[in-house]
Design a protein around this ligand. Structure first.
Ligand SMILES: [Zn+2]
Length: 309
């Protein structure tokens, strides 16, 4: 007999369908006017758990409002009902019903980063650690060397990665099993990337350099509404994770106890667990998007929860 654990852990998997800009707040005075958020220790871009949670809650609350024909939208800073599956999943400050929420969100880090190669066309770059996190515990890479560059496809040529780095590579086609290429259900883009195997594993010491040199940088100009032409000093730039970037937020999840089960059963929302609420919010991100500048074509992401076995 198997005992069901009360804590349900998931990896949150995401793939950018557009460039994605999640800013670090404030405006910079240097080369880029609006930078994206980075991990201080690695200088690598990331997406904060708070940004994911906010997007997810708004989407789920809108679905709940339509399903239950409610006048209240349980999103934003306040004006929550304090009881429904959305409030139980994401938390609420409503007086007398305050709760932190049950689902734990974490920051999302880059697993596969798309770059153009002059020698091999579009490629995705990763490191052993990052690929292992995406592939899961069934895959053992202890035989691989952390200072060697591996191509996950057949080649014996030098590979250019990004704008100017050339590497000698070792082919390592056995790293991707057929089982892995079918394990990202609704994130079908990731299955395709893994099936095509156009992946290069580089040492961690150069990964940050490759990513930061190959971010998408957009330049825009403010238009003067009177003349319809560019405003003086109206030029500004912002950076974004490019389309095709794959990220993972590990060990997301929730604690399911009897009280929470009863709460979910009491509401006719169509959801039985916090994971179903979160999955609904994540699925809509393929339409509503995440981060800034969504109306000019940024932000859509394919996102899903993948249960950790
Ligand atoms: Zn509510």
């Amino acid at each position: 007999m198997t005992t069901e654990l009360p804590y349900k852990p998931y990896d949150m998997i995401m793939c950018c369908l557009d460039p994605v800009h999640t800013g670090k707040g404030g405006v910079e005075t240097g080369y880029i006017d609006s930078e994206i958020l980075r991990e201080p220790g690695t200088n690598l871009p990331k997406i904060s758990g708070k940004a994911i949670k906010g997007m997810c809650r708004t989407n789920a609350a809108q679905v709940y409002q339509v399903r239950t024909n409610s006048a209240l939208l349980c999103a934003g800073k306040d004006n929550h009902c304090g009881e429904c599956p959305v409030c139980q999943t994401f938390g609420t400050p409503k007086q007398g019903k305050e709760t932190m929420g049950t689902f734990r969100f974490n920051d999302a880090h880059i697993s596969l980063f798309p770059v153009y190669s002059y020698t091999h066309g579009p490629l995705w770059v990763t490191t052993l650690d990052r690929f292992e996190m995406l592939a899961g515990p069934d895959f053992e890479y202890s035989d691989f060397l952390t200072d060697t560059v591996y191509a996950l496809f057949e080649t014996h040529d030098k590979i250019s990665v990004g704008k100017r780095l050339f590497f000698d590579v070792k082919p390592a086609t056995e790293m991707i099993s057929p089982k892995l290429t079918e394990s990202f259900g609704s994130c079908s883009q990731i299955n395709k990337i893994l099936k095509n195997k156009k992946i290069v594993v580089v040492p961690g010491s150069v990964f940050s350099k490759i990513v930061n040199e190959n971010l998408e940088i957009r330049t825009s100009v403010s238009i003067d509404p009177l003349t319809g032409t560019a405003q003086d000093s109206g030029l500004y730039t912002y950076e974004a994770l490019p389309m095709g970037t794959v990220l993972i937020s590990g060990q997301a999840g929730y604690l399911m106890d009897t009280d929470l089960k009863k709460t979910f059963q009491a509401f006719e929302s169509g959801w039985q667990t916090p994971a179903q609420v979160v999955n609904q919010g994540l699925a809509l991100c393929a339409v509503t998007g995440l981060g800034g500048m969504k109306t000019p074509g940024f932000g859509r992401m394919n996102m899903m929860l993948k249960e950790i076995q």
